[in-house]
Write a protein that binds this ligand. Structure first.
Ligand code: C2O
Ligand code: CU
Length: 476
């Protein structure tokens, strides 16, 4: 054991303040040479395919969320959501970002464990790409999965700077005839603004101390919920034929909305979480937080026209809607506005249902952080162990550590916590984003420190992120 290890092991190496988050060494043999358990180790990204060149212009443009309902915002290549990038596992992706916006921007490849310098976090891995300049992101697309790319500057996600990124697997563990990406989003026709404190002393007398009034106060003034950029009255249509298997890649890059998703007339076979394959499980509904992805397969055995519905979990608002349409029958059986059973009842996917196809082995953490998530009451700040980023201590780790993050949510809102650069194990699954439920909800995740750099760990509600609910995880 070298000196640094020893100091960390005994806690002498860190002179933390009361609020500092100090990782505690769980065992003294942490720097033994035992290799990490299988199924948990990162494969070295292997370039086994062609190089794909993509040019993205971030620019102002118009969005039409329904016929005639147009607003101006910020877009990739004039599209909303941005253009899907779809490539094969092992291909190399080179994306040149050209910034034609009036302020700096970056792109983050959400969920993909890219090299640190390609991660697109301003102030951590790169400076913002300034107006009139370009930056080239270059990495191997590995492993396969459903991902996202989005701006990581300020509240730019609540412009239109979000898009699907699909890395197709060479050998899928499920078969399917159709493959559709569904981007679930909320939209603001105006410039996104940080939210004010809305609970406790600050607003006493204006609204109730608790309940929906208060929740609404902590949500931006969205004008509607969208699937692939469309409101329910002008929905995206996904076609199928009887007898087919339809793969839906559900992705939530929204600013502040958690959705409950269900499909009329069909149960969902959940096959992937955050892009990673799981033992398939059949449900009627699932909850998807900001930053999460779920792939589901529908067996098309129920001809008609069916709604694919995504209802907001934390606020009262009309659900987002798309349409599943059988093309080989006269489609009259079910009107698309029929509410799927799973929106109100039925079997809902639970975290414990998620079991990675390749089961991660049991392992002992070598360093544990206890992370209290708080906010939403007396001040506008959202904190992790009392600190609001950027005025927050980094969580310092060593390469080779097995890190345990024990989160407990002291607030009344849920937090989809997202880790950059790594997948973590939660229960039997590998994910990169996980919902920590409100009112003392607890979630523990473990990950192997195998991708050196400066990585962001944060709530993917961008208003919470902007108000401080983030930490840097720093390899030292
Ligand atoms: Cu998709 Cu740091 O986020
Ligand atoms: Cu949050």
């Amino acid at each position: 054991m070298n000196r640094r290890h020893f100091l960390r092991a005994t806690g002498l190496g860190t002179a933390g303040s009361m609020l500092a988050v100090t990782g505690c060494r769980d065992s003294l043999d942490a720097n033994s040479t035992a290799s990490p358990p299988p199924g948990y180790r990162r494969r070295d990204p292997q370039q086994t395919g062609a190089t794909r060149e993509v040019h993205l212009v971030a620019e102002e443009g118009e969005v039409e969320v329904a016929t005639g309902k147009i607003y101006r915002t910020w877009l990739y290549n004039g599209q909303f959501p941005g253009p899907e990038i779809r490539l094969q596992e092992g291909e190399r992706l080179r994306v040149t970002l050209e910034n034609q916006l009036p302020e700096g921007t970056t792109i983050h490849w959400h969920g993909l464990p890219v090299p640190n310098a390609m991660d697109g976090v301003p102030g951590l891995t790169q400076q913002p790409v300034m107006p009139g300049t370009t930056f080239t992101y270059d990495f191997v697309a590995d492993p396969a999965g459903s991902y996202l790319y989005h701006s990581h500057v300020g509240l730019q996600i609540d412009r239109g700077l979000v898009a699907p990124l699909v890395v197709e697997e060479k050998q899928p563990h499920v078969s399917y005839d159709r493959d559709y990406s569904l981007v679930l989003d909320d939209y603001l026709p105006n410039t996104p603004e940080p939210l004010q404190a809305s609970g406790g002393m600050m607003r006493r007398g204006r609204r109730g101390m608790m309940g929906p009034g208060m929740m609404q106060g902590q949500t931006p003034p969205y004008e509607g919920l969208l699937i692939n950029g469309k409101l329910p009255n002008d929905p995206a249509v996904f076609e199928t034929k009887r007898g087919e298997q339809v793969r839906l890649r559900l992705m939530n890059p929204s600013g502040a909305t958690t959705f409950r998703v269900a499909v009329g007339g069909h149960r969902m076979l959940v096959t992937h979480t955050d892009g990673q394959p799981i033992e398939p499980v059949t449900v009627d509904a699932l909850h998807i937080g900001m930053g999460e992805r779920y792939d589901v397969v529908l067996a098309a055995q129920n001809p008609g026209v069916w709604p694919i519905m995504a209802a907001p979990l934390e606020v009262q608002a009309p659900p987002a809607e798309a349409v599943l349409r059988y093309t080989d029958v006269a489609a009259t059986q079910a009107p698309p506005e029929a509410v799927p059973e799973g929106i109100r009842g039925g079997r809902v996917l639970e975290l414990s249902d998620l079991q990675a196809l390749e089961r991660p082995a049991e392992r002992t953490p070598t360093r544990t952080f206890d992370l209290t998530l708080s906010g939403g009451m007396m001040s506008a700040a959202w904190t992790i162990v009392g600190q609001a980023y950027p005025d927050a201590d980094p969580l310092e780790i060593l390469e080779g550590d097995v890190i345990r993050l024990r989160m407990v949510n002291h607030s009344m809102m849920l937090h989809p916590m997202h880790l950059h650069g790594h997948f973590f194990q939660v229960g039997g699954a590998l994910k990169d984003t996980v919902i920590v439920p409100p009112h003392m909800g607890r979630v523990t995740v473990d990950f192997l420190a195998d991708n050196p750099g400066r990585w962001f760990f944060h709530c993917h509600n961008i208003y919470h992120l902007e108000a401080g609910m983030a930490r840097e995880i720093r390899y030292v």
